[in-house]
Design a protein around this ligand. Structure first.
Ligand SMILES: [Zn+2]
Length: 422
């Protein structure tokens, strides 16, 4: 290894250790803070949340945080195993000996990596669903459905993912030094296509979507959408209860393909005025252009990412510094993609507080929109029900919440709603 490679290895290790420390400190803070406030319901919620629900939220939050600590350690070990300990290099050499160099070998490398990585983390996914979610009464899946989902996900992923990966690999070899600009264009086009295809073709593979039947609710919702000047193609109810008791509502699609999707669990838990308020909040995200902002931001960040990948993939130290011997007589494009996907999160992790901050600002804006178009008290009571039914803690650690929370903590959010409606 030369000096640059060694410097790069040290940089990667430093980022890995720093990330591990920050994650572990934040998770233990969260666990300690929630445990310390477990005994009694915070004063602001004394009238609305029972001690029993408060205990459940605390226990659920702590169980998830402990599990996240385990996951963090396992993911770091896997990263080291793939890179510096030689996992990817061995897999690549094996496939080279088997198939020779070329596009098929590179596709096989990416396919094998994804499959092995998926299998290695499968026990974690199983534990999360059948131990944690199950213990708190959220899991509605049996093993058959879970395995079926797994197979379907793998098939859909291969069917959609392999052609796009093949196209990118081909561009890397054939489009000259500025291939990354072309690859970025292809990647963006693919993402926009997914936004259109997902709600109409992919989501129905996993859930049933039925037009909203309840006439009076339909009238309410249509009146609200008219009031807000919003056109959607349809109102759908999704059988979310098939997998989980967690409730949600969302919009998908773009332009004429826009649709509103309610989880059946949400319709069961909320009263019609509360559903209106939650929907108005979601409309607020559209009206305040949050969705467009997010897409534009994603475009810009991926352009930076592809430019970085374009540069890194032509540096020998990028490979040797991560435990891989690049081939001299076969393309290394797939390897560059994999190494990049493995190490970039070490860097972007430290951007998560900025993204979370932006997201929380959007949530406040969407709440304000809902208050302007429906009764803010309905949104407040809907949020309370959702916090309770999802066993979300009312007392997160402030530092943890600032770093990770995409939504403002309950106390801040409800206090803001109270001021707005008073
Ligand atoms: Zn929101």
């Amino acid at each position: 290894m030369d000096d640059t490679a060694l410097t790069f290895t040290s940089l990667v290790c430093a980022l890995l250790v720093a990330g591990l420390i920050v994650r572990t400190v934040l998770l233990s803070r969260q666990i300690r803070h929630v445990a310390r406030h477990r005994a009694s319901v915070p004063a602001a919620f004394a009238q609305t949340i029972s001690t029993e629900a408060h205990h459940k939220a605390a226990d659920y939050t702590i169980a998830k945080a402990r599990f996240a600590q385990l996951e963090t350690a396992i993911e770091a070990a896997l990263l080291l195993g793939w890179t510096l300990l030689g996992g990817l290099n061995a897999l690549n050499q094996f496939l080279l000996a088997l198939m020779g160099g070329g596009l098929w070998q590179q596709l096989a490398l990416i396919g094998a990596f994804t499959l092995i990585g998926g299998l290695l983390t499968l026990p974690l996914a199983w534990w999360s669903t059948f131990r944690i979610e199950e213990r708190f009464g959220f899991n509605k899946m049996n093993l058959g459905l879970w395995l079926g989902d797994l197979v379907k996900n793998a098939l859909v992923g291969a069917l959609i993912g392999l052609p796009i990966v093949a196209l990118v690999l081909w561009l890397m070899g054939a489009a000259g030094p500025n291939w990354w600009l072309w690859a970025w264009g292809v990647w963006m086009g693919f993402n926009l296509l997914l936004l259109v295809l997902y709600p109409t073709l992919i989501a129905p593979l996993f859930n049933k979507f039925e037009p909203l039947q309840d006439e009076s609710l339909k009238n309410r919702v249509n009146a609200l959408m008219q009031r807000c000047g919003f056109a959607a193609k349809g109102l759908f109810v999704m059988d979310g209860s098939k997998r989980s008791a967690h409730a949600n509502a969302y919009f998908t699609g773009f332009g004429a393909a826009k649709r509103v999707v309610f989880f059946d669990t949400l319709l069961q838990q909320l009263s019609p005025p509360e559903i209106d308020a939650v929907l108005a909040h979601e409309l607020g995200h559209y009206k305040r252009r949050h969705i467009v902002q997010r897409v534009v931001l994603m475009f810009a960040l991926s352009l930076v990412g592809f430019a970085l990948l374009g540069w890194l993939s032509s540096q020998v130290w990028f490979y040797t510094g991560l435990g891989v011997t690049p081939s001299l007589d076969a393309p290394n494009h797939a390897m560059a993609l994999l190494l990049f996907m493995l190490v970039v999160p070490l860097l972007t992790y430290f951007l998560s507080p900025l993204m979370a901050q932006l997201s929380r600002r959007h949530e406040f804006e969407a709440d304000a929109y809902a208050v302007a178009h429906t009764d803010g008290r309905d949104l407040a009571s809907a949020l309370l029900k959702l916090y309770k039914d999802n066993a979300s803690t009312l007392t997160p650690d402030p530092a943890y919440a600032r770093f990770y929370y995409s939504h403002p903590p309950a106390s801040e959010r409800l206090a803001r709603l109270q001021t707005a409606t008073a």
